[in-house]
Design a protein around this ligand. Structure first.
Ligand code: ADP
Ligand code: MG
Length: 538
C-alpha cells in the first residue's frame, strides 16, 4: 500500500536515483522519489514491498529474503537472521563451511539484494544510497553499517537516524514541507519506533529548513522478536506439559516455532483470542491464547519501553503538553498494548498516518533527494544564490551516548572515565581533552575512547585506542597534549592531537576495538565476489 502524500516537496520532474534504504532487523525496505516528488516503495523480485532481512547459505551462494526464511525449515543452521543486532560488535555471527562471517558481511548481502531489486526497477546501475540506523546505534554500529553498504557496492551518501527519517516522511505526508523542501509550520514531535529488534524514542523539532533532534534514547536489543520469544516460551511449556515433547525436539525446531509465535502475535493484533495448532514431529499442540494472557506474558517488555519514553521526555526537558504529535513507527506499534499504553502515557495525539513499515524508507529517500539536489547546486552556486535558496535542509542530530575517555585514577588505580561530549549534544560536536605526558621525552600518548557506560567505564563500549605518536623530542614530563574529539553529523568519531608547547598537530591512529579494518574489507570484497555475482551484482 502506497501513501499518497498531500504535498510534493521536490520541484524538478525527475526520478531521484538516490535510494533510501531502511535496513531493518527483521525486514528491509527500499524507496525512491518519483517524478512527482512522492516517495515510492520499490517492489522486490518476489513482488513484495518489504524483504525479510534473512540470509541463507546454500550451494556456495546465498539466498536473501523470503527464500532464506524458507530454508529455516530445512537447514536452520545455515540461515542468519537479526544480524543488525550484532553489527559493530566483535562477534562473528555465523560459521558456514569453515568460514566465519561478520555481521557487516551478512548485512552487505541483504543490501546487495536490495540494490539488485532497485536496479531491476530502474533498469540501470544504482549506487547512491541513504541508509537508516536506529538513533540509539553507537559509533561502531554506524560505521559497520557504512562498511556493509560499501561491501555491497553502494555509495552511502549518509546514514541517518530512523526516527528522523520517519519525521521527514511525516512532514511530506502532511504537507508540512513546501516545494523548496522547507517546513512551513514548526512542530515538536516524539517518534516511538518499536521494530523487530530495536526500540528507539526521539524527540524532534521540525521547523523551517531544519529538523533538530532534541533527545534520543532506546535499546538496540528490544523489539518484536522479544514479544515472539515470550510466546515461544509459552508454546514450549504447552508442548512439554500437554504433549510431553522433549527439549531436544523443541530446540531443533526453534526457528519454525518462533515463526509460529510471530504469527500468533500478528493474529492477536486483530483478534482477542487465537486458536493455536502446531505440529512438532509426532506431537500436535491444540490450544488457544487470548490478548490478556499475551499482555501479561509481555508486560515487562512494554514496561521497558514506557520507562525509556519517560526518560527521553525528561532528557528533552519538555512536558507532554508540549509534544504536539506522537508518531508510531515500526511494525510492533501495531500491537494494541502499545497503542493503549501510549494513549494513557502521552496524552498527545497519536499519529499513525504514515505506514509504520514504509515511513523510514520514505524519509531516507526524501533525504537522498535533498542530498542529490545539494550536490547539483554545488555545481551551480550562482543559480542557488539567485534563487535565494541553497536547498540545504539541515538535520541536527544528537549523540545518543556520552563520549569520553577512560583513564586510571592515580590514587586507587581504578578505571576512571571522563565525559568529553555528553549525551544528547547536537552534532557535529567537538571538545578537547587535555592529557599530560608522564615521563620526560615521552614519544607517544595512548588514549582509550569509550561511549556510554558509567564513570568507572562499566557497560561502556570501547570505540578504540587512539594513539598520538611521534611527539617532538625533549618534551618535559607533564607537557600538555590536547586531544580534539569530533563527533560528525553522521555519528562518526574523528580525533586529532595538538602538542600545546609547539602547536604541532599530530597524527592520531585509531585502533578500532570492533568492526572490520580496511584490509579486512578488501579481503571480504574479494572473497565474496562470487556471492555478489550470484546476486547479480558486480
Ligand atoms: P525492523 O525495522 O526492526 O525490521 P519492522 O518495523 O519491520 O522492524 O517491524 C517488524 C516487527 O513488527 C516484527 O517483530 C513483526 O512481528 C512486527 N509486526 C508486524 N506486523 C505486526 C502486527 N500486525 N502485529 C504485531 N506485530 C507486528
Ligand atoms: Mg525499522
Amino acid at each position: 500500500m502506497n501513501i499518497s502524500p498531500k504535498s510534493s516537496f521536490a520541484k524538478p520532474p525527475v526520478v531521484s536515483r538516490t535510494v533510501g534504504i531502511d535496513l531493518g532487523t527483521t525486514r528491509s525496505v527500499v524507496a525512491f522519489i518519483d517524478g512527482n516528488g512522492y516517495p515510492q516503495t520499490i517492489i522486490n523480485g518476489d513482488g513484495d514491498m518489504t524483504t525479510p532481512s534473512a540470509v541463507a547459505f546454500e550451494g556456495g551462494t546465498v539466498l536473501v529474503g523470503k527464500d532464506a526464511i524458507k530454508s529455516l525449515a530445512i537447514t536452520p543452521d545455515r540461515v542468519v537472521q537479526f544480524a543488525k543486532r550484532e553489527i559493530g560488535t566483535q562477534r562473528y555471527i555465523i560459521s558456514v563451511d569453515g568460514v566465519d562471517y561478520p555481521a557487516e558481511l551478512i548485512e552487505s548481502f541483504i543490501l546487495g539484494r536490495l540494490r539488485r531489486d532497485a536496479e531491476r526497477h530502474f533498469g540501470e546501475t544504482i549506487q547512491d544510497a541513504v541508509i537508516t540506523v536506529p538513533a540509539f546505534f553507537n559509533e561502531p554500529k554506524r560505521r559497520a553499517t557504512m562498511d556493509a553498504g560499501m561491501l555491497a557496492g553502494l555509495n552511502v551518501k549518509a546514514v541517518i537516524n530512523e526516527p528522523t527519517a520517519a519525521a521527514l516522511a511525516y512532514g511530506v505526508e502532511h504537507g508540512l514541507m513546501n516545494e523548496d523542501g522547507v517546513f512551513a509550520k514548526s512542530q515538536t514531535i516524539l517518534v516511538y519506533d518499536l521494530g523487530g529488534g530495536t526500540f528507539d524514542v526521539s524527540v524532534l523539532k521540525i521547523k523551517g529548513e531544519s529538523i533538530d533532534v532534541i533527545a534520543v534514547d532506546g535499546n538496540s536489543r528490544l523489539g518484536g522478536i522479544d514479544w515472539d520469544e515470550c510466546i515461544l516460551q509459552w508454546i514450549t511449556e504447552q508442548f512439554k506439559t500437554q504433549c510431553k515433547a522433549t527439549d531436544q525436539q523443541i530446540k531443533t525446531s526453534r526457528g519454525i516455532l518462533l515463526k509460529e509465535a510471530e504469527e500468533i502475535k500478528h493474529s492477536l493484533t486483530s483478534r482477542e483470542k487465537v486458536a493455536v495448532k502446531i505440529r512438532l514431529d509426532e506431537h500436535v499442540l491444540q490450544t488457544h491464547i487470548n490478548r490478556a494472557l499475551f499482555n501479561s506474558l509481555t508486560a515487562h517488555l512494554l514496561d521497558r519501553t514506557r520507562f525509556t519514553l519517560r526518560k527521553v521526555l525528561e532528557e528533552s526537558k519538555l512536558k507532554w503538553p508540549q509534544i504536539e504529535r506522537v508518531l508510531l513507527v515500526g511494525g510492533s506499534t501495531r500491537m494494541p498494548q502499545v497503542i493503549e499504553m501510549l494513549r494513557k502515557e502521552t496524552k498527545s495525539i497519536l499519529d499513525q498516518s504514515v505506514s509504520p513499515d514504509q515511513a523510514v524508507a520514505y524519509g531516507a529517500a526524501v533525504y537522498g533527494r535533498i542530498l542529490s539536489e545539494r550536490d547539483e547546486l554545488d555545481f551551480d552556486l550562482d543559480e542557488a544564490t539567485e534563487s535565494g535558496h541553497d536547498g540545504s535542509m539541515r538535520i541536527t542530530d544528537v549523540n545518543a551516548h556520552h563520549l569520553g575517555v577512560l583513564g586510571v585514577e592515580l590514587k586507587t588505580g581504578r578505571p576512571q572515565g571522563q565525559v568529553i561530549i555528553p549525551k544528547n549534544t547536537p552534532l557535529p560536536a567537538m571538545n578537547v581533552a587535555r592529557f599530560k605526558t608522564a615521563k620526560p621525552n615521552q614519544k607517544s600518548v595512548v588514549i582509550k575512547v569509550i561511549e556510554g557506560g558509567d564513570l568507572r567505564g562499566q557497560n561502556a563500549t570501547t570505540i578504540g585506542t587512539f594513539s598520538v605518536r611521534d611527539l617532538p623530542n625533549g618534551l618535559p614530563a607533564g607537557s600538555p597534549v590536547d586531544v580534539i574529539l569530533r563527533y560528525n553529523n553522521d555519528g562518526i568519531i574523528q580525533a586529532e592531537a595538538i602538542v600545546v608547547a609547539t602547536g604541532k598537530k599530530n597524527r592520531i591512529e585509531i585502533k578500532r576495538e570492533a568492526g572490520l579494518s580496511a584490509d579486512e574489507i578488501d579481503g571480504w570484497q574479494d572473497a565474496s565476489k562470487d556471492i555478489f555475482e550470484a546476486l547479480g551484482l558486480d
